[in-house]
Design a protein around this ligand. Structure first.
Ligand code: IDP
Ligand code: MG
Length: 189
C-alpha cells in the first residue's frame, strides 16, 4: 500500500529539551500530513503496550547492538536476545514514563519509510547529519547508555513496518482522534 499512516512519539527527552516544535516542523516541511497529535504522560501499562517483548524486535535490537559492540571490540554481557530485550524493555518503560511525550500519526505516501529516514539511525552517534537524531542527539551512544545502565536517549520513535504502525497507532489513539482532511498536495497522489 502506498498511502500509509505511521506512529511517531517525541520521547520525554525531546519535550524536556524543547525540541518538539522543531521536530514537528520537519514533518510538516516534508509535505506529509499530521492527522493526529496530543501530549500524553503515559503509565507502565501503556509503555509496555507500546514496547511489548516481541521476539522479532528483541532479535533486531540484539543484532544492532551487537554490531556496535563488535565495531569497538567490546564483549556484550547479555546471554541472548531475550536477555537483552528484557533489559532494554524495562529501561524503555522507565524512560517513557519520565515526562510527557508528544504522540503523532503521520499520513502520506510511503510515510513509514520516509519518517524512519528522517529520524535516522537508532544510535544517534551513527545517525547522519540532516536526520533528526543526527542533528539533535548525536553525542548519544551505546557506550554512554551502557555505562549508566539506561536506554539510548534518542528523542523519537517511529514505526518500522505497516503491521507495527497499525498496532502502535491503537496504543495511543482512538479512531475518532484521527482526522481526515484534504491538503493541496493530495491531488497529486
Ligand atoms: P528504533 O527506535 O530506532 O526503532 P529499536 O531497535 O526499536 O530502535 O529500539 C527501541 C529503542 O530502544 C531505541 O530507540 C532506543 O531508545 C532503545 N535501545 C535499543 N537498543 C538499545 C541498547 O542496546 N541500549 C540502550 N537502549 C537501546
Ligand atoms: Mg523500533
Amino acid at each position: 500500500m502506498v498511502m500509509e499512516r505511521t506512529l511517531v512519539l517525541l520521547k520525554p527527552d525531546a519535550v524536556q529539551r524543547s525540541l518538539a516544535g522543531k521536530i514537528i516542523s520537519r514533518f510538516e516541511d516534508s509535505g506529509l500530513k499530521i492527522v493526529a497529535m496530543k501530549m500524553v504522560w503515559c503509565d507502565e501499562k501503556q509503555a509496555l503496550n507500546h514496547y511489548p517483548l516481541d521476539e522479532e524486535w528483541a532479535k533486531n535490537v540484539f543484532e544492532k547492538t551487537k554490531k556496535a559492540y563488535d565495531k569497538e571490540n567490546k564483549k556484550m554481557e547479555y546471554k541472548d536476545h531475550i536477555d537483552l530485550g528484557k533489559t532494554i524493555q524495562s529501561w524503555l518503560t522507565t524512560f517513557l514514563k519520565e515526562g510527557p511525550i508528544v504522540a503523532l500519526v503521520i499520513e502520506g505516501p510511503h510515510s513509514i519509510e520516509l519518517v524512519r529516514k528522517m529520524v535516522g539511525a537508532t544510535e544517534p552517534r551513527q545517525a547522519i547529519p540532516g536526520t533528526i537524531r543526527g542533528d539533535y542527539a548525536s553525542i548519544e551512544s551505546y557506550s554512554l547508555a551502557d555505562n549508566k545502565k539506561r536506554v539510548l536517549r534518542n528523542l523519537i520513535h517511529a514505526s518500522d513496518t505497516l503491521e507495527n504502525a497499525n498496532k502502535e497507532i491503537k496504543v495511543w489513539f482512538k479512531d475518532e482522534e484521527i482526522h481526515s482532511y484534504k491538503k493541496d498536495i493530495d491531488k497529486h497522489f
